[in-house]
Design a protein around this ligand. Structure first.
Ligand code: ADP
Ligand code: MG
Length: 342
């Protein structure tokens, strides 16, 4: 074999393998784009578990006509421009890969109108085989990304899709995780034309609890304590479930770092340890926790899907989370009561 540069479409499809695992990953990338664009209203319309259609409509800042094609190209991003930016990322996106990847494995239409532009424009890309076409369109301020026939040209991937119901459950979970991080944004989720969720914009902190209850269930809220602690630049805020509200699954474990949802080993370990004297070893705690710290203290460029981070001061963060949670639990619980007998 001789060495050859891969054609652009194939390179994008390979990248799509990392970013676009299933419909829910498309939803996550697109909603994150809407959030990065400053949207306060996001509508998510799903058909057939996302395999037929995923349409995201936002009222964000939009994309100017001349940049529509660029937005669909690989490594094209408006969010970072140099290494300094990469080392202090404040936006959810930065890799400039989502739209290129998604448009290489689906029929994608991007329609947008920035406020300052008279007319809306639309760019169409089908599996990236055709040159991107840009045509005038009708659209209010904001952006719509319409993704139809996901994996139509990658049959092996399409085969991996689960039932409509399972794929939609994954999408619902993505929306829950995002809704817990963006209280000031309203989300509407529909499936096959039916409204499934409507998270209203929270006007003030009092209404945050309402959304927590809507997403995690009223029983969680009734059995959780609020924590809020600062230490220098570090803040941990959120709700942790009482030990008696423990679960047999880790289905109510939500943690965020600077607004980004995480499945981070270090954070989970610290929380688990905080509960260790209160929970049996086969039980999971329920929690919604928000950690905020200086963007420079954390590296988010660890994994393509961005749900892991690297903390510069891991030990310190770990101990902070542990001690905040452990103290909160100690103030309301009797450890001995829940300890395994030996
Ligand atoms: P990234 O988010 O990593 O920059 P994407 O491929 O997801 O890469 O998006 C490419 C670019 O397209 C973004 O940097 C942004 O400028 C623009 N864009 C994408 N979606 C939206 C949206 N909903 N509203 C405004 N601009 C968007
Ligand atoms: Mg993005």
């Amino acid at each position: 074999m001789t060495i050859k540069i891969l054609p652009a479409r194939l390179a994008n499809q390979i990248a799509a393998g990392e970013v676009v695992e299933r419909p829910a990953s498309v939803v996550k990338e697109l909603v994150e784009n809407s959030l990065d664009a400053g949207a306060t209203k996001i509508r998510i319309d799903i058909e057939k578990g996302g395999s037929k259609r995923i349409r995201i409509v936002d009222n964000g800042k939009g994309i100017v006509k001349d940049e529509l094609t660029l937005a669909l190209s690989r490594h094209a991003t408006s969010k970072i421009k140099d290494l300094d930016d990469l080392e202090a990322i404040a936006s959810l996106g930065f890799r400039g890969e989502a739209l290129a990847s998604i448009s290489s494995v689906a029929r994608l239409t991007l329609t947008s109108k920035p406020e300052a532009q008279e007319q809306a424009w639309q760019a169409k890309a089908e599996g990236r085989d055709m040159a991107v076409e840009v045509l005038p369109a009708a659209h209010p301020n904001g952006t719509t990304v319409d993704v139809v026939d996901l994996f139509f040209n990658t049959p092996a991937r399409r085969k991996f899709l689960r039932t409509e119901k399972t794929e939609f459950t994954h999408i619902e979970e993505v929306i829950k995780r995002i809704a817990l991080a963006y209280f000031d944004v309203s989300f509407i989720l529909t499936h096959n034309g039916k409204q499934i969720k409507h998270y209203r914009q929270c006007a003030n902190e009092e209404s945050y609890a309402k959304r927590i209850g809507q997403v995690c269930g009223q029983s969680f809220l009734a059995n959780a304590i609020e924590v809020k602690t600062h230490h220098n630049d570090l803040t941990l805020w959120g709700w942790i479930g009482l030990p008696q509200f423990s679960r047999s699954q880790n289905d109510l474990c939500y943690s965020y770092v600077n607004g980004r949802m995480m499945r981070d080993k270090l954070i989970n370990h610290a929380i688990k340890q905080a509960y260790s004297e209160y929970l049996a070893s086969d039980q999971y705690p329920a929690f919604v926790l928000y950690l905020t710290l200086d963007h420079r203290e954390v590296d988010v460029n660890v994994h393509p899907a961005k749900h892991e981070v690297r903390f510069h001061q891991g030990r310190y963060i770990h101990d902070f989370i542990f001690s905040v949670c452990n103290k909160a639990l100690a103030s309301v619980s009797e450890p001995a009561l829940y300890q395994d007998e030996d």
